[in-house]
Write a protein that binds this ligand. Structure first.
Ligand SMILES: *[C@@H]1O[C@H](CO)[C@@H](O)[C@H](O)[C@H]1NC(C)=O
Ligand SMILES: *[C@@H]1O[C@H](CO)[C@@H](O)[C@H](O)[C@H]1NC(C)=O
Ligand SMILES: *[C@@H]1O[C@H](CO)[C@@H](O)[C@H](O)[C@H]1NC(C)=O
Ligand SMILES: *[C@@H]1O[C@H](CO)[C@@H](O)[C@H](O)[C@H]1NC(C)=O
Ligand SMILES: *[C@@H]1O[C@H](CO)[C@@H](O)[C@H](O)[C@H]1NC(C)=O
Ligand SMILES: *[C@@H]1O[C@H](CO)[C@@H](O)[C@H](O)[C@H]1NC(C)=O
Ligand SMILES: *[C@@H]1O[C@H](CO)[C@@H](O)[C@H](O)[C@H]1NC(C)=O
Length: 590
């Protein structure tokens, strides 16, 4: 197998072959990266156009995924790939090349990946050489992944949060979790598309759109709102363009797109995974986490992400709260674990507001969980329901000294300045600079209302943040305390500490089951900084998936891993992308 540069070089020396691929006609495009067959550059192979037809005409499926060296890569798991690697049936380089093929096949439609890492093949080859030398670093050795474009990667890629303002800027180092994943042997394939500035900039916007990345689309139905802000991370995993992806969440940005793309999203407790080197929103709420097709694959990534990092002081909070043997993988289990488990349904304001198209299937899933041996208690409600909006997701709800947005907008002003202080080769040093840039290039960045279809209200959320100016006065601290208290003690923790009204028995629940398609569920976990996982359970009439979420208290990842994997095993459910309305190019998405 060769990389592109090798092929080009071969073209210069091989006067014995026709070194003019273009004249060979249209058969060539598919394989111009390399031959998967032998060591001959693709354009010197004998071409037989009668043997090659576009896969689309051979099957009723849209965008069927080709096998990789005869092996089915579609929906393969990390364990399966490791098995193929160890048997010598596939190399990491093979997998990266097959994902490059997949990229060329579907990315023009779904636009999940914003930039491919020019070093991806080389990194994969290095991992293969290491394996040949007898070194296997762990389950991620040679496994390709993508990161949302707000993770700093110190390589040939740009880290821009989707904004042209940071193009060409130079980051000081890899984000901590990216470094950890590279050290674990994972192969960084590229940056994924996202909602620009992770949705911090604008209140009325097209989810998944960024000036640099364009509109990210769901492979289930290309016209729908695919969720965000980790839109491309979710879409890439769902469309089988990658093995796993990293997303970030301030309020729903992992759970929401994972849910809408029919995959697993895992948002860890704030402070368990470092945020250092990640373009921030709010130190109180930001979390970094994995997105994958299975709980097990997500947890493989998570296992190599968590830990203390001196560059993120919030990570010190995990001291004494993590497994003594440092192993989260051991909590992965099967449906047997549901026997004797105790879950709660926070009905008031959460289940009661569930979309009626999703409710029947969600209740069916609850019945299956009960039939598997779990007890599910209804009406394990939050003590403080006043802070939960009945009108859908709203982070500006309440008095200014009690609102989530007060915390986020003050944090953002300060946190972005700190992040930018270490970035060189750019004049962008502050929120003021970003806002000015968006005004100057309003045609692409939509700095003013109604000039760009993706940014209907311009950059109003940035302006709110700017107006406050990052001052941490009493109003801010009241909001910090209020948001934490009402979402933790009076919220998730109160619901988990359930007292049965008929027996008076006090029960500490193993988790709260929630409809993750309802935005005000993950909003409570976001405000609390608590962990959450979403699993795919069904698809709506328009082809768009939805999910079941599990919520827990701080540092209770073992419970989420245990019951997430158990319910996944029980359901044995997979949502397959149908690429409905694949010509959809609407902005905004619906
Ligand atoms: C091209 O492929 C077809 C179908 O496999 C085969 O019948 C034919 O002989 C091939 N032509 C050449 C020139 O190899
Ligand atoms: C964790 O650490 C940070 C900074 O050290 C602190 O401000 C925060 O309140 C701590 N607790 C939680 C639950 O995040
Ligand atoms: C839970 O209780 C509420 C009201 O108390 C009721 O409307 C709802 O149907 C119950 N849900 C289940 C699954 O039993
Ligand atoms: C804190 O600062 C903000 C922004 O200037 C202001 O609106 C608010 O009134 C201030 N609060 C106090 C208690 O001074
Ligand atoms: C917010 O301000 C109002 C009005 O001054 C006050 O009554 C309330 O107690 C404050 N909230 C908090 C959390 O301090
Ligand atoms: C749980 O609820 C019981 C009964 O209301 C209460 O006595 C206990 O203090 C609560 N536990 C915690 C940890 O809040
Ligand atoms: C795709 O989603 C849109 C928006 O929900 C819907 O109107 C359309 O019918 C869906 N397409 C198909 C083929 O179902």
């Amino acid at each position: 197998m060769k990389i592109l540069s090798t092929i080009v070089a071969a073209g210069f020396i091989s006067s014995q072959v026709d070194a003019s691929p273009v004249s060979k006609g249209t058969q060539l495009w598919r394989r111009f990266i390399a031959s998967n067959v032998d060591d001959t550059p693709s354009y010197v192979q004998e071409l037989n156009s009668s043997t090659y037809v576009y896969p689309q005409v051979e099957t009723t499926e849209f965008f069927p995924m080709e096998t990789c060296n005869g092996i089915t890569l579609e929906d393969a798991t990390i364990d399966q790939l490791q098995d193929y690697f160890s048997q010598g049936k596939l190399t990491s380089e093979d997998v990266v090349r097959c994902y490059l093929d997949r990229h060329m096949q579907v990315n023009p439609y779904v636009n999940s990946i914003l930039q491919v890492n020019p070093d991806a093949v080389k990194i994969a080859r290095d991992m293969d050489l290491e394996r040949q030398a007898g070194i296997v670093r762990g389950p991620l050795h040679g496994i390709p992944f993508v990161v949302k474009d707000n993770y700093a990667t110190k390589d040939k890629m740009d880290t821009t949060c989707g904004s042209y303002a940071l193009l060409g800027s130079i980051v000081p180092r890899d984000a901590h979790v990216v470094k950890k994943l590279r050290d674990a042997g994972a192969v960084l394939f590229g940056h994924s598309t996202l909602s620009e500035w992770a949705d911090m900039r604008t209140n009325d916007y097209s989810e998944g759109y960024s000036a640099r990345g364009g509109q990210s689309r769901s492979p289930f139905n290309l016209t729908v709102n695919a969720g965000g802000s980790s839109t491309g991370s979710a879409g890439a995993v769902a469309a089988n363009m990658i093995m796993f992806a990293l997303g970030t969440e301030t309020d729903g940005s992992i759970i929401d797109p994972a849910m809408r793309n029919g995959i697993v999203g895992f948002k860890p407790t704030v402070g368990l995974t470092s945020r250092a080197g990640v373009i921030p929103e709010s130190e109180h709420q930001d979390s970094t986490g994995p997105m994958a097709r299975t709980v097990r694959d997500a947890v493989y990534a998570f296992q190599y992400m968590w830990g203390i990092d001196d560059r993120d002081v919030y990570t010190y909070n995990q001291t004494g709260k993590t497994p003594e043997d440092n192993d989260y993988l051991k909590y992965l289990t099967d449906k047997q674990a549901l026997k004797g488990a105790k879950f709660g349904l926070p009905w008031e304001k959460l289940w009661s507001l569930t979309n009626s198209a999703q409710l029947p299937r969600l209740l069916e899933v609850i019945e299956m969980i009960e039939a598997a041996g779990a007890t599910v208690y209804n009406n394990t409600n939050f003590a403080n329901l006043d802070v939960i909006s009945s009108q859908g997701w709203d982070w500006q709800m309440g008095n200014v000294n009690e609102s989530e947005f007060t915390v986020v907008k003050v944090d953002f002003y300060n946190n972005i300045k700190t992040y930018l202080s270490e970035v060189s080769n750019t004049n962008i040093k502050s929120l003021e600079d970003i806002v000015e840039y968006n005004y100057q290039y309003a045609g692409s960045e939509g700095g003013y209302p109604d000039v760009h279809p993706a940014f209907a209200s311009g950059q109003d959320a940035f302006l709110d943040s700017l107006a406050w100016g990052g001052v941490k006065n009493e109003t801010y601290w009241q909001a910090v305390e209020y948001v934490a208290r009402t979402s933790r003690d009076e919220g998730i923790d109160s619901a988990l500490n359930y007292t049965d009204p008929t027996t008076g028995e006090n029960i500490q629940l193993d988790g709260l089951l929630v409809p993750s398609g309802l935005s005000i569920t993950y909003q409570q976990a976001a405000k609390a900084g608590y962990p959450m996982i979403t699993l795919p359970v069904g698809v709506l009439g328009n082809g768009r998936p939805f999910g079941l979420g599990i919520m827990q208290s701080a540092w209770q990842e073992p419970q989420l891993i245990k019951y997430g994997s158990a319910i996944e095993d029980l359901l044995n459910y997979k949502a397959k992308p149908q690429f409905l309305d694949y010509l959809g190019k609407n902005i905004p998405v619906w």
